[in-house]
Write a protein of this length. Structure first.
Length: 386
């Protein structure tokens, strides 16, 4: 399954590793993370498959649980292959992939930015299930030639799990990969990405309702009485599908507002002052000029820092005449100077790469356009038409 960070949250720079995750390696420069919940699921898988291992290899004792844990690791390596397929195709199309996370329900690939074309959306989505089905078919073929015993049980489990993962992920409803395939199809036919997301989102909601009905199907169609575990499992899966579909539909509505975000109109009028100018004098000049921000410069006129509005407000008035304005300015490091022409998702991505409160906007010739404040971006996003 792939995921795009919520547009409304990207500018907050929420790129730190999520709590409860551990980095276990990388694929093509992409961090591979494992959530703490995975260890619980691995233990559950080990206990669930232990009786089957005992049946195939009697007398293993406690080692059957060790074998079960090894099977759980192999199963999640197959999940990693599924997610890595998403990631590598996304990289091939020029997208930045932030991470691959393995969690209790499988895996998730976080791709920076939404697909720009329906063809890209299709291939990024469909390659994961195809990889799982391919692994399942190879394992199924191997099952006929490997010797009976522990190896055959492992191959049998991998074949069944991967085929199930691949087929179920092709169900046409978000947040499943099949939902993104459906979105790409509707988008390609209608030319409207938003419509494609809404159709696939409703597909995900209908799938969630169908999952809830599964215990009833077990009882009526197969004469199998559902267990408490069956009810708990379908509830968790239905909630996962419904919330994922709803979130995708909300993100689609948010993306419709992104084109209204343009850096230049949001820029605050800026006053340039020498670095050693007293803060009180810099504030006086800014108020006199009607400027909403202050930038420090060298004697040659090169911008060196952006004065923090919060730091100025926190400085007592009586101290300002004796403090250089550079003391409350943030040095212009890489990523804090942005083109004034940025707009939409490009603007959000540029801000997310270097979290800050203020950014210096520059014209194409290098002249200062103004200062962009993230609070202003927040406000503009909330006020744009839905």
């Amino acid at each position: 399954m792939t995921e795009t960070p919520t547009p409304a949250d990207r500018h907050r720079g929420d790129r730190q590793r999520a709590p409860g995750t551990f980095r276990v390696g990388s694929v093509s420069g992409i961090d591979v993370l494992v959530t703490s919940s995975w260890f619980l699921v691995a233990a559950l898988i080990a206990f669930a498959i232990a009786p089957r291992i005992e049946q195939a290899e009697p007398g293993l004792g406690l080692f059957k649980y060790v074998a079960g844990l090894i099977f759980a690791v192999m199963l999640y390596l197959a999940v990693l292959l599924h997610e890595a397929s998403h990631a590598l195709v996304a990289q091939r199309f020029g997208y930045v992939v932030n991470s691959i996370t393995l969690h209790f329900l499988g895996g998730m690939t976080e791709i920076d930015g939404a697909a720009r074309k329906p063809r890209q959306e299709f291939w990024i989505a469909v390659v994961g299930p195809l990889a799982s089905i391919a692994v399942g078919l190879v394992a199924l073929a191997a099952w006929f030639v490997v010797p009976e015993g522990l190896v055959q049980v492992t191959i049998e489990g991998l074949a069944g799990a991967n085929l199930l993962i691949g087929v179920l992920n092709l169900v046409p409803g978000l947040p499943l990969d099949g939902g993104r395939v459906l979105k790409a199809f509707v988008w390609g036919v209608s030319g409207n990405e938003h419509r494609g997301t809404l159709v696939a989102g409703w597909g995900g909601r209908l799938t969630a309702l169908a999952v809830l009905a599964w215990p009833l199907v077990q009882r009526e169609a197969f004469d199998v009485e559902p267990t408490l575990f069956d009810y708990a499992l379908v509830f968790v899966l239905a909630v996962f599908l419904w919330t994922g579909a709803t979130a995708a539909m909300s993100q689609a509505r948010m993306r419709r507002r992104l084109p209204y975000l343009v850096a230049r109109p949001l820029a605050r009028r800026t006053l340039s002052v020498p670095e050693d100018l007293p803060l009180a004098e810099a504030v006086r000049r800014a108020q006199e000029a009607g400027a909403g921000s202050i930038v420090t410069t060298t004697s040659s006129g090169r911008a060196t820092g952006i004065v923090s509005e919060a730091a100025v407000q926190a400085t007592p008035v009586e101290r300002r005449p004796w403090m250089a304005v550079s003391a409350v300015a943030r040095t212009l490091e890489d990523g804090l100077s942005l083109p004034a022409t940025l707009a939409g998702e490009d603007l959000i991505l540029a801000i997310s790469r270097r979290p800050a409160e203020e950014y210096l906007l520059l014209e194409e010739d290098g002249q200062i356009c103004g200062v962009l404040v993230t609070a202003d971006v927040d406000r503009a996003f909330r006020e744009t038409p839905h």
